[in-house]
Ligand binder design. Structure first.
Ligand SMILES: Cc1cc2nc3c(=O)[nH]c(=O)nc-3n(C[C@H](O)[C@H](O)[C@H](O)COP(=O)(O)OP(=O)(O)OC[C@H]3O[C@@H](n4cnc5c(N)ncnc54)[C@H](O)[C@@H]3O)c2cc1C
Length: 360
């Protein structure tokens, strides 16, 4: 029997598997497909990302350096309100390579990482959990047992549903596609043209330019995407689509299970970004949870909320501005734009001395 079974080897699952294996636990990590695929993410992250990957991976992952964002109330011809720093704010990275690198780190730490393993059922027993798994290319199913299960299986988490944990309060639909023309521009473009969220253009260096958007259910995402690329007059390829959970729900643990990453809606409500919040929570899980002591799950539940809840709450407030009437958005953007001192993962840094100085 394993100490931990991890379902899903995205950033959250790979990071938890690595840290738990580092701590000496027996870890089985199951990924339904091939790690990193299919892609459904921009890989636009704060420079904090480099704390989570080995130095030698940097050149392989890095695509472009971003210094700021041009916000617009309309399309590319409308007035731009720039928000920027003198130094880099964020990086654009190869998300598929990120996942592969993180999974390799978990393997090197001693976790048993298996691809082509889809978890189809999760049973929570008194002293263990039992997973039913279908293995690619094999008939029937196999079972694995562990003292605890980590549900790191993304926005539509099977672990969450199997164990009747509450769903995130909202799930957005995100889409993106690429124009292969290289662009090493310094700014991303943000268009507040989508109901309750935004559309974006991200220069990815030699990897081309990404166009994307996310919107709440009911919005015609494909039509909105076509409108975006038409206004830029570009043809795109490699269309990708994914869900972005916004929440988080009130409870992310049971007696022998816990959720990490998108499964727990540990995302930024104002951008949908979840790579760094998920890995932050994964580190907290590895530091607080003892598979022999189910009581420690409540320590995880409160510790990750202590770390992320304030930022998530403030992120919800930022997101509300996307629904302001256009005239008010213009007034807000005009008064706040310019040089900033904000950390892109921490809305609380809006109140930091560095940012207030820039604002004044
Ligand atoms: C369009 C779009 C753009 C985005 N852009 C950004 C961005 O720029 N920056 C950012 O920080 N975030 C971004 N995000 C969000 C980001 O992709 C997620 O927050 C992040 O991937 C969450 O990591 P995770 O490990 O929790 O889940 P995932 O990355 O979803 O990983 C879950 C893994 O579990 C596997 N799995 C699922 N079910 C099973 C099962 N039954 N058995 C076994 N394996 C299973 C999946 O195959 C997957 O590999 C974006 C999301 C979308 C949709």
């Amino acid at each position: 029997m394993y100490d931990f079974a991890v379902v899903g080897v995205g950033p959250a699952g790979a990071r938890f598997a690595r840290r738990a294996a580092d701590a000496g636990y027996d870890v089985l990590a199951l990924e339904k497909g091939e790690v990193g695929t299919p892609l459904a993410c921009s890989g636009h992250v704060s420079t904090d990302i480099w704390e989570y990957v080995p130095d030698e991976a940097r050149d392989r992952l890095f695509q472009n350096r971003i210094y700021g964002a041009n916000f617009r109330v309309g399309g590319p011809d409308s007035k731009a309100y720039p928000f920027y720093k003198q130094r880099e704010v964020s990086n654009v990275i190869d998300r598929v390579e990120l996942d592969r690198t993180l999974a390799d780190c978990a393997r090197e730490a001693g976790a048993d990482v298996r691809e082509g393993h889809t978890v189809t059922a999760v049973e929570e027993l008194d002293d263990r959990v039992r997973l039913t798994v279908s293995v690619a290319g094999e008939a029937g199913t196999v079972q694995f047992e562990a003292k605890m299960v980590a549900g790191c299986d993304g926005p539509t988490s099977r672990v969450r549903r199997a164990l009747d944990l509450p769903e995130p309060s909202e799930t957005l639909h995100g889409v993106l596609a690429f124009d292969p023309e290289p662009d090493d521009g310094d700014f991303v473009d943000v268009h507040l043209t989508v109901p309750r969220f935004f559309a974006w253009r991200i220069p990815r260096g030699d990897a081309g330019v990404e166009y994307g958007l996310a919107a709440p259910p009911g919005a015609e995402v494909t039509e909105l995407f076509d409108a975006l690329t038409n206004t830029y007059d570009v043809e795109t390829e490699h269309f990708c689509s994914g869900a972005i959970p916004i929440g988080p729900p009130d409870r992310t643990t049971t007696r022998r299970a816990f959720l990490v990453g998108d499964a727990a809606a540990q995302t930024k409500p104002f951008t949908g970004g979840g790579i760094l919040y998920g890995m932050t929570a994964a580190d907290i899980a590895a530091a607080t949870i003892d598979p022999d002591d189910p009581e420690t799950l409540s320590a995880y539940e409160s510790a990750w909320r202590d770390e992320l809840s304030r930022e998530i709450r403030l992120g919800h407030l930022v997101r509300r501005c996307y629904s302001f009437p256009e005239w008010l958005q213009r007034v807000g953007l005009r008064s706040l734009s310019g040089e900033i001192g904000v950390h892109m993962d921490k809305p609380s840094s809006f109140f930091s001395r560095e940012h207030l100085k820039k604002l004044l």
